[in-house]
Ligand binder design. Structure first.
Ligand SMILES: Nc1ncnc2c1ncn2[C@@H]1O[C@H](COP(=O)(O)OP(=O)(O)OP(=O)(O)O)[C@@H](O)[C@H]1O
Ligand SMILES: [Mg+2]
Length: 369
């Protein structure tokens, strides 16, 4: 870890528009591997701030450092090749296939054919456009949203440490957008790039950002983690911008893990039925979770089940679908609880082992802070 990208009192005044500072003394530091979402109303300076990082727009004063190096001292070509750049309206080259478009920078960098092919195929897979079907097509043979996904793939082609993304999912329908956001976050969890991500959508900013940078009229209003911005908005502008439902928005941000009630009463399914009855009496549980020898969820026992004939827990247990992994959002957890009218949800780890339960009361406590 360490600072990867620094804005230091960066100001931009466009020639011919000297009366306004498009960016006004903007300073912030981004750690290595963090996504910073730049968000704010139209015209607040998001694109301007982002384009100064790869010098597509020259700054008027201040400085920007990448990994401690002042970008003004770097050669423009090298600077840009080291930064992945995804932008909504800079399209793909129409005379090149999808495969060729994604391979542009790797080719310039002199990668061998095999490495390029492998990379292109992986990236197409990531953006959900199978190589067999899309690699040899031309951009005009793709929808707008598909083209945009190719743009994202192209930006990631050389695995750059820093990426700039200007509304990368802007033209994509909500379902594909949600999918892409999730896929992107999964990749990011592994690749840990430092990313400046422009969006006008506060929900996207909160979902995608480790840090959210909220601008207004070229000025920084608040730079904070999404959680902090939702719980401690710096002023009324931020409060309005994040919306009256900021408490509910936190549900999306927090995982079930944060509200988990650990060590619920469980019974091995190889135990005698009577044992289940005893545990329920002792613990006062109305539902007893049943597990296999590895601690994985197999079902549950309630008072009705206890009345059934059967030697072992396995013979009398009921099936359940009332479970989610601890990495799911509290929103998904709450939604399951409400839609199936559950008393609680069973929480599992990656290996489907029971690690706790989720109750609405615990969620309330978390939201109250
Ligand atoms: N080439 C230019 N010459 C003069 N003024 C410009 C130029 N480009 C942008 N501006 C002005 O600078 C300010 C910031 O523009 P910018 O494009 O960075 O906003 P933005 O936050 O990206 O907006 P949007 O959400 O609409 O894309 C605006 O007031 C805009 O009018
Ligand atoms: Mg813009």
């Amino acid at each position: 870890m360490g600072t990867m990208l620094s804005f230091k009192e960066v100001t931009k005044i466009y020639p011919g528009a000297e009366h306004i500072k498009a960016i006004n003394e903007l300073s912030f530091d981004l750690e290595d591997g963090e996504i910073c979402t730049l968000v704010g109303p139209s015209g607040c300076g998001k694109s301007t701030a982002m384009k100064m990082v790869n010098r597509l727009i020259p700054m008027t004063s201040g400085k920007i450092l990448i990994d401690g190096q002042n970008i003004d001292r770097l050669n423009t070509i090298e600077l840009r090749r080291g930064i992945g750049y995804v932008i909504q309206n800079i399209g793909l080259f129409p005379n090149m296939t999808i495969g060729e478009n994604i391979a542009i920078i790797p080719k310039m960098k002199g990668w061998d054919e095999g490495r390029i092919k492998e990379r292109v195929e992986t990236l197409l897979d990531i953006v959900n456009l199978p190589a067999e079907e899309y690699i040899d097509r031309y951009p005009r043979e793709l929808s707008g949203g598909q083209q945009q996904r190719i743009g994202v793939a192209r930006g990631m082609a050389i695995d750059p440490p820093v990426m700039l993304m200007d509304e990368p999912f802007g033209a994509i329908d909500p379902i594909n957008r949600d999918h892409l956001q999730n896929e992107f976050l999964k990749i990011q969890a592994k690749l840990k790039k430092t990313i400046v991500f422009v969006t006008h959508d506060i929900d996207e900013a909160i979902k995608m950002g480790d840090k959210v940078c909220l601008l207004k009229d070229g000025k920084l209003v608040q730079f904070a983690s999404p959680e902090k911005m939702l719980t401690e908005p710096a002023n009324d502008f931020v409060r309005d911008f994040v919306g009256g439902d900021r408490t509910l928005k936190r549900l999306n941000l927090l995982t079930i893990r944060t509200a988990i009630r650990p060590d619920p009463p469980v019974v091995l399914e190889t135990e005698k039925s009577a044992t289940a009855g005893t545990i329920m009496t002792e613990t006062g549980a109305k539902h007893l979770i049943t597990v296999d020898s590895e601690g994985r969820l197999t079902g549950y026992i309630d008072h009705e089940a206890l009345k059934k004939d059967g030697e072992t827990v396995e013979q009398i247990k009921c099936e359940t679908e009332a479970f989610l992994p601890d990495t799911s959002s509290l929103k998904d957890g709450l939604s399951e609880i409400f839609s199936h009218d559950l008393e609680f949800l069973i929480v599992l780890d990656d290996s489907k082992r029971v690690i706790g339960t989720l109750y609405t009361d615990d969620i309330k406590k978390i939201l109250r802070g």
